[in-house]
Ligand binder design. Structure first.
Ligand code: GAF
Length: 427
């Protein structure tokens, strides 16, 4: 996946300094990452298991209160701006719903909110299945809270960001994307149990690299297919007499003889949960071939049982899987397009990416251009290069002295490191 060189600052100091071009006031800057999901797709809203990792692509938001009942927003990567009312939520059907949605989700949850000026920049590709929206939501939650002088727990930040997506953007998403954007750890994926929100860090072996290859087919979770799959899963669970498909197993499905397509939807979830648990064991054992085989099975299941792939992602996953050095590949994220994730031998990553780009015929000139060169994201072990996520509030003073600036840059660049197992309770 390639994002052209950005014409705007993507570091907190640069964005903080850029704020003065558009607004007055001293901004605070917040940052949240996008994600990959190694395996466990369409299982999070079934109370199941997922294995996401935060990536080294981020959304940054610089914020300062403006003493007015309005949100003045400049989105640098979209080259656009907007004024959004703080008194009433009005659905726009575009990026403004995320900004207004987070604001009103916070207000609805009883947090203080104030009118703000916001400068937004992101290098998380949109519509590619790497959670650009969750990164934006998480950064916005932190920004709005800080502007109002409020604070809350990391888990609450993730829940509030998800609530904005569900209640205001209108996507009935599961908890995975916002959770990993808040809790991601450098060099690790997190095995998340979406029923009790307990997570365990699993180290990504040094020999492993993940390539994210954009199919060029933009997915949009608001289009209805995602909500339909979720409704199918809930209906299947209801017919099985279960709280969620997490509680189903193969024997139950064989006995119940659910009607199509519920039978296939349920089979995907039951098997994908099993693949996710087998996957984390394979990863921890350094069995990359085993993990790759599970990824291939996951793609087949997403294509045939869950019906969320498309011709382009099927073709791209096949090309990836046939490329020397690649252990396995699968469509990632909500589906109906977006990106394919490939697990590859780190030493073969550059060559594999070049071969994949040469063989894949993406739809449209824009994407051909986008795939013309390897990107930092697709190059090497990008999961090992990610930076600390969800940094604490950091005032960015345009007159900051060099020593403080260096110390801030160092803080923001530091990884958390170290595996941990803990419960992330919802508020
Ligand atoms: C999207 C959703 F936002 C997630 O909650 C998850 O359901 C994913 O699709 C599919 O696994 O990213």
């Amino acid at each position: 996946m390639v994002t052209p060189q950005s014409a705007f600052p993507l570091d907190p100091l640069g964005l903080g300094a850029g704020f003065a071009q558009y607004f007055s006031g001293r901004p605070l800057v917040f940052r949240a990452p996008g994600r990959i999901n190694l395996i466990g797709e369409h299982t999070d809203y079934c109370d199941g298991f997922v294995l996401p990792a935060a990536i080294n692509r981020h959304c940054l938001v610089a914020v300062a209160g403006n003493d007015q009942a309005v949100l003045r927003v400049r989105a640098l990567n979209l080259e656009t701006q907007a004024e959004i009312s703080c008194t009433q939520f009005v659905r726009s059907g575009d990026w403004r719903d995320y900004v207004a949605g987070v604001f009103f989700a916070l207000q609805g949850a009883g947090f203080p909110v104030v009118g703000c000026d916001l400068l937004i920049a992101s290098d998380v590709p949109m519509g590619a299945g790497v959670s650009s929206s969750a990164a934006l939501e998480v950064a916005l939650v932190q920004a709005f809270l800080a502007a109002a002088g409020a604070a809350t727990s990391q888990s609450a930040i993730a829940s509030l960001a998800r609530e904005a997506e569900r209640a205001f953007v209108g996507v009935p998403c599961g908890p995975m994307d916002q959770f990993i954007s808040v809790h991601g750890q450098a060099g690790h994926a997190l095995l998340l149990d979406c029923r009790n929100m307990e997570a365990r860090a699993a180290a990504i072996p040094a020999e492993a690299a993940f390539l994210v290859v954009d199919s060029g087919v933009k997915h949009k979770l608001t289009d209805g297919g995602y909500a339909q799959r979720r409704a199918d899963c809930e209906e299947a669970a209801r017919r099985l007499g279960l709280a969620a498909l997490r509680d189903a197993d193969e024997a139950m499905l064989a006995r119940a003889q659910l009607p199509p397509p519920l039978d296939k939807r349920a089979r995907h979830v039951v098997r994908e949960n099993a693949r996710c648990l087998a996957g984390v064991a394979a990863l921890e054992a350094g069995d990359l071939a085993g993990f790759g085989a599970l990824m291939r099975q996951s793609h087949e299941s997403l294509a045939h049982d869950f019906a969320v792939t498309c011709a382009e992602t099927d073709s791209l996953a096949q090309i990836c899987a046939q490329t020397p050095g690649v252990f396995g590949a699968r469509q990632m994220g909500g589906g109906f397009g977006g990106a394919v994730l490939a697990l590859v031998d780190a030493l073969a990553a550059e060559a594999a990416l070049a071969q994949i780009c040469a063989r894949y015929q993406p739809p449209g000139a824009r994407t051909r251009k986008a795939l013309s060169a390897p990107s930092p994201m697709a190059r090497g072990r990008f999961c090992h290069e990610q930076r600390r996520t969800a940094p604490p509030p950091q005032p960015v003073d345009r007159g900051m002295d060099a020593g403080l600036a260096a110390s801030l840059a160092k803080t923001l660049a530091g990884g958390r490191g170290g595996a941990r197992a803990r419960k992330f309770a919802d508020p």
